[in-house]
Design a protein around this ligand. Structure first.
Ligand code: AMP
Length: 142
């Protein structure tokens, strides 16, 4: 199973914000949309990614006033991305190595979706269940 199969199931919608959005606005967005990260975009280009961890870190460091700070001050600018043909194993390696739970998908230079660790776990479990069932049938009929 690869990224294309994951996006086929979940869709290609990505919640994006401009670099001037405030951390307070991001907090509302993350809560309302029930997501853990948003992609920061300008002129159709990915500028960065900001997750709930960044919001918590900023508040821990500078208090509630950080909710007025623009997201460009706290986002991670070096975004690791994935492609439609990447496998679930590659996604898991990338998330484990980078210690993050979100991977924007880039296709033809454009943002084409986002995969979270929740999506990866869900599809990995589905794959394992299918393999187990195939083996069970093979043994039962063998
Ligand atoms: P997360 O585990 O996704 O909540 O993110 C943990 C930290 O990694 C935060 O500082 C994020 O800004 C950053 N981060 C999340 N996703 C990525 C990514 N794909 N590339 C680089 N940094 C990321």
């Amino acid at each position: 199973m690869n990224v294309a199969a994951i996006l086929k199931a979940k869709g290609s919608d990505v919640v994006t914000v401009s670099p001037t959005a405030t951390l307070g606005e991001i907090a509302v967005l993350l809560s309302e949309r029930r997501i853990g990260a948003v992609v920061v975009m300008q002129d159709r280009k990915v500028l960065g990614i900001v997750s709930e961890r960044d919001v918590v870190k900023a508040i821990a460091r500078n208090g509630a006033q950080s909710l007025n700070a623009p997201v460009r001050d706290v986002m991670t600018a070096r975004v690791v991305t994935c492609g439609l043909n990447d496998s679930i194993d590659e996604l898991m390696d990338s998330m484990t190595m980078g210690r993050f739970r979100h991977l924007p998908v880039i296709e033809g230079g454009e943002l084409a979706g986002i995969v979270s660790i929740g999506d990866v776990v869900k599809h990995r479990i589905a794959e394992t269940v299918m393999e187990t069932e195939a083996l069970r049938l093979y043994i039962a009929n063998g």
